[in-house]
Design a protein around this ligand. Structure first.
Ligand code: FHN
Length: 426
């Protein structure tokens, strides 16, 4: 069996994925936590189960959008906290095949994205607000957390854990090779062996030995001796960790920031607060500049359509990736300090200068005097010249630096202009 470094090699190369949050909650269209936020009972939520029929669901279309954006892998919610299964589980009736949709949405998803050459991941909520043996009364987030009818309701949590393990086994047995298992999430005492996490991981590794798993079953992935269930990658959410992620010995840990395009993971009809294409691109660059990945989310609507604004943003990102993807795929952080004008990513002796701020005059590269073999504008391959400007000898702290001229007062690409520097040494 591969070790974590071997398992995550492709992941660290691919760098950019699509997260997809989709389910019954797309119908109320107030985000995937609507049951918890509004304390909606299973009975009140049932109307959405009886109505769910995403006539426009076409995962082939979704896959084309992701591929064109430069996303190399994808993670779709197979079951979110509401307990609704997008896959044809034999362990529950609460599934898409029993709704008017009458489709195994996961089977179609896996086939469509694989056909476009993307690696395929499953998000699976270990939290389940539908299962009768999942703790409700007094729980921190359960929709029925303060409903007196649930105070003395007898539950056997082992029954739920067996169900959860059984569904994970179904997912990893019935849909071919799966590349990522994205569990979500542990909290309070609901963590680690509460989920029988060691047994779960051993089962997973027995079925899909090379699959990579996030760190949300619990444990401490930063430990120098992490639990078997502590995961293969760290999963910061709605943030790019300032200094990347290191273990307690100071070693880099694989990590992936998951981030929404607006403010919601699941479809929210009123949430028009979208990030710009520039923000999406610069977030991806920041992740890679800190040895991380970006999992950028879309929340399809009740008809199965990705919101138009999400598509527009991803199209802009894709145009940039088409010309500048070499500065992302297979790249890592540079040992150089962050420059004033932007960020660095690096792959061997290719150093990629992501210039966000044009400034005035030539771009200054601290510490690179005599180290640059040649410079090119990555987007079009055009030659750039390393040259010391007039009077440079009078400037301060430039004895070790290099200068590259960029024509014009504005950047060629104001989202991110990438200069490819071929160094004499990596
Ligand atoms: O509660 C979930 C939330 O709905 C969403 O799925 C995010 C995505 O990582 N994870 C949990 C919040 O941390």
């Amino acid at each position: 069996m591969l070790d974590r470094t071997e398992r995550t090699e492709w992941f660290l190369n691919d760098r950019f994925g699509m997260f997809i949050h989709w389910g019954l909650y797309a119908i109320p269209a107030r985000g995937e936590w609507v049951r918890s936020h509004e304390k909606i009972s299973i009975d009140e939520y049932q109307e959405f189960f009886e109505e769910f029929n995403p006539a426009d669901y076409d995962p082939k279309e979704w896959a084309k959008i992701a591929k064109a954006a430069g996303q190399k892998y994808v993670v779709l919610t197979t079951k979110h906290h509401d307990g609704f299964c997008l896959f044809d589980s034999k362990l529950t009736d609460y599934k898409a095949t029993n709704t008017p949709a009458k489709r195994d949405l996961i089977k179609e998803y896996v086939e469509a994205f694989r056909a476009e050459g993307l690696k395929v991941g499953f998000y699976y909520s270990i939290i389940d607000w539908h299962h009768e043996h999942y703790p409700a009364f007094g729980d921190r987030i359960h929709p029925m957390r303060d409903n007196e009818e649930f105070r003395d309701k007898p539950i056997d949590f082992d029954v739920y854990v067996e169900y959860m393990h059984g569904q994970v086994k179904e997912l990893l047995t019935n849909y071919g090779k799966i590349d990522i298992m994205w569990f979500d999430f542990s909290y309070d005492d609901m963590t680690g062996e509460k989920w029988k996490a060691t047994e779960l991981i051993n089962m997973i590794r027995g079925i899909q030995p090379d699959i990579i798993i996030d760190n949300r079953l619990g444990g401490n992935i930063k430990s120098s001796n992490p639990e078997v269930y502590a995961g293969d990658f760290y999963s910061p959410e709605q943030i790019v960790p300032p200094g990347g992620i290191l273990d307690e010995d100071g070693n880099q840990i694989p990590w992936e920031a998951c981030i929404t395009l607006n403010d919601n993971w699941g479809y929210h009809a009123k949430d028009k607060n979208y990030k710009s294409p520039k923000q999406a691109i610069r977030t991806l660059v920041e992740c890679v500049s800190k040895n991380g990945n970006l999992l950028l989310n879309v929340g399809p609507d009740a008809k199965g359509l990705i919101p138009d604004r999400s598509i527009e943003i991803l199209e802009e990102v894709g145009k940039w990736m088409k010309r500048n993807g070499e500065s992302i795929y297979g790249c890592t952080a540079s040992r150089l300090p962050k420059p004033e004008w932007g960020r660095y990513t690096q792959k061997g002796n290719k150093l990629y200068a992501h210039v966000f701020d044009r400034g005035i005059g030539p771009i200054y590269f601290a510490g690179l005097k005599g180290k640059i073999k040649k410079a090119r504008l990555l987007a079009d391959g055009s030659e750039l010249h390393v040259q010391t400007p007039w009077m440079a000898e009078q400037y301060s702290d430039i004895e070790s630096g290099a200068f590259i001229n960029l024509e014009g007062a504005q950047l060629p690409d104001e989202m991110d202009t990438v200069i490819e520097l071929e160094l004499f040494e990596s």
